[in-house]
Design a protein around this ligand. Structure first.
Ligand SMILES: C[S@@+](CC[C@H](N)C(=O)[O-])C[C@H]1O[C@@H](n2cnc3c(N)ncnc32)[C@H](O)[C@@H]1O
Length: 264
């Protein structure tokens, strides 16, 4: 089981530690169109995969590790040695030339910024302030292993629809989109509304329906919310909880619940 190298809003590491048995036993290619930090992709280590995301610097980071992980690690080590508040803001202010340098910058900023948040301003520049974490090289890092895993993986900078539409009979699509409705108190609700509108949720459902008509196996995660239940009313659904203990108070019921939509 490989470990994600990024901290990501909505990351599914908690899911991989408790719910892997929900997945089908057998499938051809593994396809993840909202890959983010790729928690499930890394947990499954599929033989052949397609991963994609709309976030270009993120996708480029995967590409750079696949192309030359040693260069990326070398640049990351340089950041690690030089890290300070001034250094953080100077790195944040400049976009380097090569994809390996940009990947190391992306990982460095992800590990040292406030809460591992990814946010850009209107001009598209990363604008998250420095956080409290100072560990830049992690014990869990294994870029060599990641690069090996990425060898048989097609990495796409793309909207989800084209990726799902490319799935064929027997492939597994795991779709973990931004959650549009308020389902917990993670503070990303407004941000996600701007990024991923209700029309996108409908467009996703339609792409998923088309995929199932081609006998593609699908798993979609989303908020346990009436609007989503209605959207996927023809699908088998399961409510899962990300809380380790059941909340005692009724007020908290639903706070940590998510929906798994499956057809395979
Ligand atoms: C909830 S996160 C996925 C988290 C991932 N499962 C993980 O373990 O880290 C949703 C991802 O969807 C991406 N995204 C947003 N809109 C998209 C779109 N239209 N097409 C593809 N990806 C999109 C975001 O950049 C973000 O990385």
């Amino acid at each position: 089981m490989a470990i994600p190298f990024l901290k990501w809003a909505g990351g599914k590491r908690w899911f991989t530690s408790r719910y892997l048995d929900i997945l089908p036993q057998k499938y051809n290619r593994y396809i993840e169109p909202f890959v983010g930090s790729g928690a499930l992709f890394f947990a499954l280590e599929p033989q052949e995969a397609v991963i994609g995301d709309i976030n270009k610097p993120l996708v480029e980071t995967y590409m750079a590790i696949k192309d030359d992980w040693e260069q990326v690690l070398e640049y990351l080590r340089t950041h690690s040695v030089q890290h300070s508040k001034e250094y953080y803001y100077s790195v944040r202010a400049t976009l380097p030339e090569t994809i390996h340098q940009r990947a190391a910058r992306f990982i460095y900023l992800n590990r040292t910024c406030w809460n591992g948040l990814y946010r850009v301003n209107k001009a598209g520049n990363f604008n998250v302030p420095i956080g409290t974490k100072t560990n830049i090289i992690l014990d869990t890092d294994d870029f060599k292993k990641l690069a090996k895993l990425l060898e048989n993986t097609t990495i796409m900078h793309s909207d989800f629809e084209a990726i799902i539409d490319s799935a064929q009979e027997g492939d597994l699509v795991f779709a973990d989109p931004p959650y549009t409705v308020k389902h917990n108190n993670n503070g990303f609700v407004k941000y996600n509304e701007d990024m991923f509108k209700w029309e996108d949720q409908v467009r996703l459902r339609d792409a998923i329906v088309r995929a199932t008509e081609r006998n593609v196996k699908i798993i979609v995660t989303n908020a346990n919310h009436s609007s989503i239940i209605e959207l996927y009313s023809n699908f088998k659904r399961k409510v899962i909880s990300r809380a380790s203990v059941i909340a005692a108070s009724n007020n908290n019921r639903g706070t940590y619940e998510e929906l798994i939509i499956a057809k395979y």
